[in-house]
Design a protein around this ligand. Structure first.
Ligand SMILES: NC(=O)c1ccc[n+]([C@@H]2O[C@H](COP(=O)([O-])OP(=O)(O)OC[C@H]3O[C@@H](n4cnc5c(N)ncnc54)[C@H](OP(=O)(O)O)[C@@H]3O)[C@@H](O)[C@H]2O)c1
Length: 339
């Protein structure tokens, strides 16, 4: 009997939130390998806020996902059969592929996975593959954070945010995080060394920032958008840097998103606002990985992985990102880690 693979297909372009019929899971026979192809067995899949952006019909950094296509995602897995010289059986590969447990591929979008000494596969993939470089580039290369700066980061207890705050601490900054629960805020200040955390579900963000950043903000690292961005803009210091990494509060919007209202401060405070897409920095990932892994091994960078079990639950798991239901980097375990 031929082997069967399961794939999530894009079934209905969402308006607003992702729904239960946005994707459908189907089983199909695994095709025979042709020369230049390999069979990839998925181990972990990363769930990312931008998955929702790919489902939209917006003009973005990627073509919108066509309805009827397999859902795209970042994966790491094992090569289990191969007729491809660069991906031998037993090796690990990672890349942008599809929400599937088995994939026959010619290798496009994949690269061999290089292990990092002293860092587990889940941590290396979950924390370092996308979130780590995003935090590093956003804070240091775009935000140009320097010792003594006051740095504000939103979605601070998330995969990117938690790393941004800690990298800022390593670089001698004062760090204020904004997050959506008491437990998350406590984790930021007590475990990660943030100087302050504001629970936006319990207090007004602008008031909280006025209290915690009495001398103003030098780097505002935005992951959420909306009123958070406005509050940050209101309190920016002269020549401050506003890093637009993500606008997750707007990804489910059903109409045009207004604001930011304090845009005039771009002039009044001589601000630089810059957005970035981490995929553009792929050529430098090895350098970022080495630096980040060094901080992880020395205990200077802490992180948590929120692992959901099984490909079947991937769609429900993705929705956690938009409710704050994830505690740390959201991933799905699809298959076992090889011995
Ligand atoms: N530019 C790039 O290349 C790049 C690369 C990777 C990620 N990103 C962006 O970085 C951001 C964080 O991504 P991540 O993967 O690290 O996810 P994450 O922060 O681990 O998870 C998303 C978090 O966002 C918060 N959130 C969701 N909806 C919200 C809303 N309406 N208002 C306020 N907070 C909300 C929730 O935390 P609370 O419980 O605190 O509300 C949730 O846990 C996203 O905006 C993503 O698009 C950008």
């Amino acid at each position: 009997m031929s082997q069967v693979a399961r794939h999530w297909y894009f079934n209905k372009r969402p308006t607003g939130e992702i729904e239960h019929d946005t994707l459908v899971l189907r089983s199909e026979p695994v095709p025979e390998l042709q020369d230049g192809e390999f069979l990839f067995r998925s181990i972990y899949m990363s769930l990312d806020a931008t998955n929702r952006v790919w489902m939209s019909d917006w003009d973005t950094y990627m073509e919108p996902l066509p309805v009827g296509a397999r859902m795209l995602g970042f994966l790491i897995g094992e090569v289990v059969k191969s007729r491809h010289p660069d991906f031998p059986v037993g090796s690990l590969a990672t890349g942008l592929s599809t929400w599937s447990d088995y994939i026959v591929t010619d290798g496009e979008g994949f690269s061999p996975f290089v292990s990092l000494q002293g860092v587990s596969l889940a941590d290396a993939f979950g924390t370092l593959a996308v979130a780590g470089p995003t935090a590093y580039v956003g804070l240091l290369e775009i935000g140009k954070a320097k010792p003594g700066d006051t740095v504000v980061v939103t979605a601070a207890a998330g995969a990117v945010g938690a790393l941004v705050g800690q990298i800022a601490k390593i670089h001698g900054c004062r760090v204020i995080g904004i997050a959506g629960s008491r437990e998350k805020c406590q984790w930021l200040t007590e475990d990660l060394g943030f100087d302050a955390a504001i629970n936006y579900r319990e207090e007004d963000v602008l008031e909280g920032l006025r209290r915690e950043a009495p001398d103003g903000i030098d780097v505002h690292f935005e992951n959420v958008g909306g009123e958070f961005l406005d509050a940050g803009l209101t309190l920016m210091n002269n020549y401050g840097r506003v890093v637009i990494c993500g606008l997750i509060s707007t990804y489910n919007a059903t109409g045009p998103v207004p604001g930011p209202y304090m845009f005039r401060n771009v002039i009044m405070k001589r601000l630089v606002i810059e957005g970035f897409v981490i995929l553009d920095y792929a050529a430098h990932f090895a350098t970022y990985h080495e630096k980040l892994a060094e901080w992880m091994r020395s205990g200077q960078l802490k992180y948590r992985i929120h692992m959901e079990e099984g490909l079947d639950g991937a769609l429900d798991a993705l929705r956690l990102l938009y409710t704050g239901g994830n505690n740390g980097k959201l991933m799905v375990r699809i298959g076992a880690v090889p011995n």
